[in-house]
Each structure stands twice: as structure tokens, then as C-alpha cells.
Design a protein around this ligand. Structure first.
Ligand SMILES: [Zn+2]
Length: 470
């Protein structure tokens, strides 16, 4: 599951005027026309750029007939400049172009859900594959969007404010989110000021939607209780059938791809994906000052997703032991595959260091939770709630670690260093065994059991993993 790594931040500025308007017209099957009018001229324009062997110019190859106009309405030169960029040296205040929804003809490095995919008689796109726009830093003022579509179509997007219209907070908000347009009806769930709109591919809806609704109905209140609040946000999720299962997270939206034909035995994997992507809404208070905290953003998020799925009864003890064992295995594989890359460096090449970031990050969370909770029950949970309640802030590695060290009497840095240096299953056992979890294994497999005296078939995990009885 890839999360786009974004360095730009949405600065609040005093906007004299909106950045501009995008008018989208559906021309014919897979063909759209987009006309963008800006409140000031720009010389550079961008789309996302994820090149593949088949599409060396990536998302930009789906753009045709781009035309630019200057402030007096005259046509001016605009040319593709490579890397998903166009240059209009005289400054364009208006551009128009056509876009073919032909993205699913090739395989994309991070999956179709990071680009575009037609389903159910309509279309899903990410903003970075559809809306050509000026630099995110150029202007962070709102953007208005309107669609001309066949009867009965509707827009689903976190920035939507009407059936066929929307207002994005900025060009970043427009580009760094998914949207869908087609004969769709979405569903809504709420907890506090968090609103979640979900859209399902009709192919999978009868089977997937009731399950997803139940998972979200269970998890959203549980997460809000755990963290002592919920973010105030309009969030959108997209669920569609595809050749393989995957998911992607964006600023205010995420996707879940379900391998077709559906294997309903995968339901716990869907639950895990939903829990992980939704947990990012809370752990996302740790904003990226750099890419050195990916082990935390992914690893802690994944650990907390597992812990909550157990607490909410989705995993039984057997499944929980398997999931925790997979954390140990991922750490072993990640350490081997990433060949000496440190955890802090690993985030700058997330795809390459997948197992290391997720496995080692989750292992740090598990070990820290076990250690902190042994000294004071709920200490780890309280630390996470405090982090959330401190609000959205930029953290570099030192700042995040110093926060955790304050709450753990310095254990966070010690555990981080130990895991960063690579721990064998026996070394992990030495830490976790006194806390109720025995670990054995080798590089590619791990056995895990709970050591407490427990005659029950279930709910025998150590106290720190169970539902808290504060
Ligand atoms: Zn994630």
C-alpha cells in the first residue's frame, strides 16, 4: 500500500482571489475536455509523473491538444518539457486540453489506483493524472471545479460540494486526492466531525459494501475513543475491482482495490487495509518535515491497525499471533533485502525498502508498547493519544523521538537503535518473552505464542494487546 510522499504543505494564505476554475466536459467514452482559467498567469504546469516502460512520459501521454492563452485572450505557445511538465514562456492565464482515460492499458508502478481506472460505467482518477495545474507552492488558494456530464452522473470527491461541482482548498488538494465521476451513489458515515463518503464499484458492492460498512462502523468510534477525538475532515474512499488487491492513501481520500474474482477469504485482508488506511487519519498528525519518519508513519499505523482489529474481535488469538509473527518476519526480510539501509534513510525509497519500513516500524511499536505497558498499563496508548491531541504538526526524526522518549523514559530511542541494527528472533524473544510473547524463527518464518497461563481458546493475549479497561 503506497502512500504518496508529499513535501509541500498547505500554507494558509490570505487569498485575494481563487486560484482558478476547472471546467470538465465528458466528450465520449474515455474522452474528457478540461478548460482551466486562472486568476494570474503561470509559465509552468504539471501532472504527476510515474514513468513505466510502456509509457515513458507517464500520465502526460494521456493529454492531447493542449492550448494556452495569454491575458488578452490570444493563443500562445505551450510545450511539453518532460517529467510531467509543460512550459508556456509568455505566461498562460487559460489552458485547455483533452484527456484520454486510457491509463488502464498499461501497468503502473504503484497501481492503477494512483492513476486512473474506469468502473461501473464511470471513471476513477487521481487529481495528479487529470488536472494539469501550476506548482503547489505557486498559490495555495481555492480551486473551483465543475463537470458537464450525461444525465444521472455524480461526482464523488473529498472536495465535492454539489452533485457536479466542487471547491478544492488548493491545487494540492485537487491533485493529491482521488475523485470519481459516473452514474454513482456514495454512502456516508460520521463520527464526530469526521465525515466519510464511500463509493463502491457495482461489481463488488453487494459483497464488499456491507462488510466495509460494518468494519468502519466498528473502527471509527473505536479509533476516536482510543485517541480521545477524531479529526475534523471530509474524507472519501473508493472501492473497485481490479486484477490485484492494493490500496493507496492521499491527502483526504484512499482507495481499496479488490482482486477480481473476489475471494471472500480475503475479508480479513480488506479489514486490515481499511484499518491501516483509516488509522492514517489519526497518525497523520505527524506531518512530514522530511522522509525520516516513514518507519513510524507506516509501522506504528500498521501495528495499531492490528491491535484494534484484535480488540474489536476481527482477529482471534490465532490470527493475532500470525499477524504479530509476520511483523517479526518482515523485519528479518527487510533487514536482509535493504542491505544496511538505515531506517531513517529507508523512507526516501519506500518501494525499495518496503519490508524494512513496515516490519521494523511495527516491531518498534510492538516492543515499545510491551515495555511501556509493563511499567504502567496503557502508557503506550496514552502516549499515542497525547500525540494525537497535540494536533497536526511537522515532525523531523529528532522531534518525534524526543516526544516518545519523554513518555517512555528513553526506551523509544533504545528500542529504535536495537531494531535499526537488526534483531534476530531470539533477541526479539529476549525482550518480548517477559512481556508475555514468545518468539522463535529464522529469516523467512516466525513462530509466536502467548506465554501467560490461559485455558481459554481466545483472549489470551497479554493485557496490553487487549481492549483497554480504563
Ligand atoms: Zn500506510
Amino acid at each position: 500500500m503506497f502512500i504518496l510522499t508529499l513535501m509541500a504543505s498547505t500554507a494558509l494564505s490570505n487569498c485575494q482571489a481563487d486560484l482558478g476554475n476547472y471546467e470538465v466536459t465528458y466528450l465520449s467514452e474515455r474522452q474528457f475536455k478540461i478548460e482551466a482559467q486562472y486568476s494570474e498567469p503561470y509559465t509552468e504546469f504539471h501532472l504527476g509523473h510515474s514513468p513505466t516502460n510502456d509509457r515513458p512520459e507517464a500520465q502526460s501521454e494521456s493529454v492531447h491538444n493542449i492550448i494556452a492563452y495569454d491575458v488578452s485572450g490570444g493563443k500562445i505557445d505551450i510545450a511539453y518539457a518532460g517529467n510531467g511538465s509543460w512550459a508556456a514562456p509568455k505566461g498562460a492565464i487559460r489552458i485547455s486540453y483533452e484527456l484520454s482515460a486510457d491509463h488502464d492499458e498499461v501497468l503502473w508502478p504503484h497501481g492503477a489506483d494512483e492513476v486512473a481506472h474506469p468502473f461501473g460505467g464511470g471513471y476513477y482518477f487521481t487529481g495528479t493524472a487529470f488536472f494539469i495545474g501550476p506548482d503547489w507552492n505557486a498559490n495555495s488558494c481555492p480551486v473551483n471545479i465543475s463537470f458537464n456530464t450525461p444525465e444521472g452522473w455524480a461526482l464523488t470527491a473529498p472536495w465535492a460540494d454539489g452533485p457536479l461541482t466542487g471547491t478544492a482548498k488548493s491545487i494540492e488538494d485537487l491533485q493529491d486526492n482521488g475523485f470519481a465521476i459516473g452514474p454513482f451513489t456514495d454512502s456516508t458515515q460520521r463520527v464526530g466531525n469526521l465525515t466519510l463518503n464511500s463509493l463502491f464499484d457495482p461489481t463488488i458492492e453487494p459483497v464488499v459494501r456491507p462488510y466495509v460498512d460494518k468494519v468502519m462502523d466498528d473502527l471509527l468510534p473505536a479509533f476516536a475513543e482510543y485517541f480521545g477525538g477524531a479529526p475534523s475532515a471530509d474524507y472519501t474512499t473508493f472501492h473497485f475491482a481490479y486484477g490485484s488487491s492494493d490500496g493507496s492513501a492521499f491527502a483526504r481520500s484512499f482507495t481499496m482495490q479488490y482482486e477480481w474474482p473476489l475471494n471472500t477469504a480475503e475479508r480479513l485482508i480488506w479489514a486490515h487495509g481499511l484499518a491501516h488506511e483509516t488509522m492514517h487519519l489519526w497518525t497523520g498528525v505527524v506531518e512530514r518535515a522530511d522522509l525520516e519518519n516513514e518507519w513510524f508513519l507506516e509501522g506504528f499505523t500498521d501495528y495499531l491497525a492490528i491491535k484494534h482489529l484484535y480488540r474489536e474481535g476481527y482477529y482471534d488469538d490465532y490470527q493475532l499471533r500470525n499477524l504479530l509473527a509476520s511483523i517479526v518476519t518482515r523485519h528479518q526480510l527487510g533487514y536482509r533485502l535493504s542491505q544496511g539501509t538505515s531506517l531513517r534513510e529507508a523512507g526516501s525509497n519506500k518501494g525499495q525498502n518496503w519490508f524494512l519500513i513496515y516490519g521494523s516500524g511495527a516491531l518498534i511499536a510492538l516492543m515499545l508498547d510491551a515495555e511501556m505497558s509493563a511499567i504502567e498499563p496503557h502508557a503506550f496508548d496514552d502516549m499515542m493519544a497525547t500525540l494525537y491531541q497535540n494536533g497536526k504538526q511537522e515532525y523531523d526524526f529528532e522531534r518525534l523521538m524526543s516526544f516518545m522518549d519523554q513518555h517512555s523514559n528513553g526506551r523509544a530511542q533504545e528500542i529504535f537503535d536495537a531494531v535499526d541494527g537488526g534483531l534476530s528472533p531470539n533477541e526479539i524473544n529476549a525482550v518480548l518473552n517477559p512481556r508475555g510473547i514468545s518468539v522463535a524463527g529464522r529469516m523467512d518464518l516466525s513462530y509466536l505464542s502467548f506465554t501467560g497461563k490461559c485455558r481459554k481458546k481466545n483472549n489470551c493475549a497479554p493485557e496490553f494487546l487487549k481492549k483497554s479497561k480504563k
